[in-house]
Ligand binder design. Structure first.
Ligand SMILES: [Zn+2]
Length: 213
C-alpha cells in the first residue's frame, strides 16, 4: 500500500477560506532504520512532501491548514514571512515561522530540519546548512523549554554536526549523560564523529551497540 491520500476541502484557520488539500489517510508503519536525525528511509522518505500544506488564499503553511493560529493573517503578508518561497523547502521554513509564533517550538525546529532534508536531496549543501543553523537558532531561543526534551537535545547534536559546528557538539555532548544509557551512547557517538570532523549523514544502527528494529 505505502501511502493513501485523498483530496479534502479544509477551512484555513488563518483566513477562513476553504481550499482543496491533499490529506494522508493511511500509511504503512515505518520499519526502516532512520538516519541519526530521524529522517526515515524509503518509502517514507518520499512522503515528506505531504508533511506541509499551504493555504492558496493567505499562504498559511502548516502540517494542516486547519490548525488554529496565535497570530492574525497580516503576519502572513509580512516580509519576514515571505522571505521564503513556495518551494517545498520554503514552505517548511514558513511552517517553522508559524510554529514558532504558535509556541510549538519543537515542531518549529523540526520544520527547519525538514527543509534541510529537501536541500540535502538537491545537493544544496550551503542551503541545507543554513536551515540547520536556523533550527539551532530556534533551539537556543527557546532553550528552557526545548532542553527538557532529551530527544530534541540529541537531535540537535546531529543538526550541529551536520552543519559543521563540531566544537559545540564536543563541548555540549562529550561525556554527558542524557537520561538513558541509549541516549548517552548516541551522544557519545555524535561527539566522536564531531572529533573526526565528520559532517556526513549516518544511520542510527551505526551507533556502537545500538540495534534498530
Ligand atoms: Zn488561508
Amino acid at each position: 500500500m505505502g501511502i493513501k491520500t485523498e483530496e479534502r476541502e479544509l477551512k484555513c484557520a488563518a483566513c477562513g477560506e476553504a481550499s482543496a488539500q491533499t490529506v494522508v489517510t493511511e500509511f504503512d508503519r515505518d520499519t526502516s532504520v532512520p538516519d541519526l536525525d530521524m529522517r526515515p528511509d524509503e518509502p517514507h522518505r518520499s512522503y515528506i512532501k505531504y508533511w506541509v500544506s499551504k493555504c492558496p488564499h493567505c499562504g498559511y503553511c502548516n502540517v494542516s491548514i486547519d490548525i488554529p493560529v496565535l497570530f492574525t493573517k497580516e503576519y502572513l503578508e509580512s516580509g519576514s514571512y515571505n522571505r521564503f518561497d513556495d518551494s517545498l523547502a520554503g514552505r517548511f521554513r514558513k511552517m517553522a515561522l508559524v510554529c514558532e509564533k504558535n509556541k510549538v517550538y519543537a515542531e518549529a525546529l523540526k520544520a527547519c530540519l525538514y527543509a534541510a532534508w529537501v536541500h540535502d536531496d538537491l545537493n544544496e549543501a550551503e542551503e541545507a546548512a543554513e536551515c540547520r543553523r536556523a533550527a539551532i537558532k530556534i533551539y537556543d531561543s527557546h532553550k528552557a523549554v526545548l532542553s527538557e526534551d532529551h530527544d530534541i537535545v540529541l537531535l540537535c547534536a546531529d543538526i550541529m554536526r551536520r552543519s559543521g559546528d563540531f566544537d559545540r557538539v564536543i563541548r555540549e555532548y562529550k561525556g554527558k549523560f542524557f537520561g538513558s544509557g541509549l541516549l548517552s551512547v548516541i551522544a557519545a557517538y555524535e561527539a566522536e564523529l564531531a572529533e573526526k570532523g565528520d559532517d556526513k549523514c549516518h544511520k542510527a544502527d551505526e551507533v556502537p551497540g545500538v540495534t534498530v528494529k
